[in-house]
Ligand binder design. Sequence first.
Ligand code: NAG
Length: 316
Amino acid sequence: MAYDRLQPSQPGGSTQQQNHEEHKARSNKRKIVILSVIAVTMIIVSAVCAGLVIGLRDGGADSIGTQVRRKPTQAISKTCSKTRFPTLCVNSLLEFPGSLTANEQDLVHISFNMTLQHFSKALYTTTSISNVQMDPRVRSAYDDCLELLEDSVDSLSRSLSSVIPSQEGGSTQDVMTWLSAALTYHDTCTEGFEGVSGTVRDQVTDKLKDLSELVSNCLSIFAASGGDDFAGVPIQNRRLLSSDDDLSGESIDEENFPKWLGRKERELLSTPASAIQADVIVSKDGKGTVKTISEAIKKAPEHSNRRFIIYVMAGR
Ligand SMILES: *[C@@H]1O[C@H](CO)[C@@H](O)[C@H](O)[C@H]1NC(C)=O
């Protein structure tokens, strides 16, 4: 039958050849196994070496948020536990001079200073790519970003000088306003690059990495350090858009806005009401979302990082 020939155990010379081939295959297999073992060993050895190099490099430390290298002090742990990004908080504080001997009170201004240094560095490195060729849209987004970073550095410096214990600075409310401004500047910058792609955008957004998280942490640390003063809406030191002393003093700028008012708020206040997308509309006759202002305030989220807009419709 035809399939007899397919039987492998045909007597004769072919068996010997088969044995030989089997032997060859086995020794090949063994070679492959040995080679694989060597390869794996080398991979492990080089991984360990790379680990050592990275470990050594990290001794010099300039990146944040990677890993905890030193043990945080009790004050640092306690301070950072109040933040939304505790790991970033611990890591960034640990590598900042003076943090290991600081008490909780000192950590407030140390956090501000550390955040300011990160912003300054981002501003510096962002400025360094200004000679790169950019098309007009990217250039405009880039220029905006640079300007906003400068404003943030300014806001943070003011906040820092207000929280240094020995100095008489602005009010608590000022610090919150400045910090919030730094947070919105950052958002505005990232938004400017929306819809554009390319290396400039990637480079800029990379430099902005962690910045808004650091500001958010400052806000939490500062709020926690103020204790009960922060429960509820702050009333003292509240600034009105056009109180008498503002009008007489220098605090009004060319655009007739108080100087402390941020860029986004200026844009918002210059926009006609019909063009504003409000979060809540107050209208006594029930045409809005709610009927009273206090209901609207209750609807505003507690720790929002964007402006919550309440539109109060005209009425009696
Ligand atoms: C902020 O940190 C820098 C660098 O560590 C230090 O030289 C400077 O004195 C600090 N400034 C304040 C106000 O603490």
